[in-house]
Design a protein around this ligand. Structure first.
Ligand code: NAD
Length: 215
């Protein structure tokens, strides 16, 4: 979509939150919503919402508001086609929180569009990212056409979640858990181990020190 280039980053960043609320509304059987109601729910002001929606060409009708179903299918498409790559985060604990705070959006074309957990965070928005219950994992990954996931769950859960991610269509996993998860051909796993990284650094520093000091 060429027009995506003109959508401001701040607007693009609000997209997953709009999408989240529209899903809520649809589940609750709500057919239409005004920008004022959406403002109340998302805590963005109504003028910001109207401006954001106008960038997408989604224009509400005066006195009617926005059609929820139409907006939802429209936003699913925009999320998919936006210039940012959508990533899912599974496990919103200590590490998950840190990654949500960091989000990749600032410095790159990636963003965490949806996070998933089994505990009390679900339904909340943290660092601008909607947190979904694990029961919504497959549905959201497919709907938002996410194909990369970050795994920050306890290692005992890692393989089962990996299997679910793979069957939902995930093609790449950034695995922070200590478990070396098994995936079928065609799915790539990138293991990240900060202890290893630090040990490598220590090794090079010690090596370097021994060369320079001649010990
Ligand atoms: P944590 O206990 O703070 O967080 C784990 C989160 O996963 C919790 O929010 C929990 O509710 C959630 N969770 C549990 N079961 C789940 C399930 N079935 N589905 C979805 N969510 C589920 O743990 P942490 O300190 O954030 O560590 C997370 C993982 O990252 C662990 O496996 C840990 O070993 C690993 N870790 C790796 C590195 C590294 O360098 N690679 C560094 C720190 C932690």
């Amino acid at each position: 979509m060429n027009e995506q280039a003109r959508i401001p980053r701040a607007t693009a960043k609000r997209l997953p939150i709009y999408y989240r609320y529209l899903t809520f509304l649809e589940d609750a059987g709500t057919n239409r919503i005004s920008s004022a109601e959406l403002a109340e729910a998302t805590k963005f002001d109504a003028a910001t919402i109207r401006r954001d929606f106008s960038y997408f060409g989604a224009l509400g009708k005066r006195g009617y508001g926005y059609d929820v179903k139409a907006l939802l299918s429209f936003f699913a498409k925009v999320l998919d086609q936006s210039s940012l790559i959508n990533v899912a985060l599974i496990g919103v604990g200590h590490l998950g929180h840190a990654l949500l705070n960091f989000n990749f959006h600032q410095s790159s074309n990636m963003r965490i569009a949806a996070a998933f957990d089994i505990n009390e965070h679900r339904g909340k928005i943290l660092s601008g990212v909607p947190i979904y219950d694990m029961s919504e994992l497959e549905e959201q990954i497919k709907a938002q056409r996410i194909n990369i996931a970050i795994l920050t769950v306890p290692q005992e859960e890692a393989q089962e979640i990996t299997d679910r991610l793979v069957s939902a269509g995930i093609k790449g996993i950034m695995n922070f858990t200590p478990l070396r998860v098994s995936v079928p051909d065609g799915v790539r796993v990138q293991n990240v181990d900060l202890t290893n990284e630090l040990q490598t650094l220590v090794y090079f520093i010690q090596n370097y020190a021994s060369i320079t000091t001649g010990k």
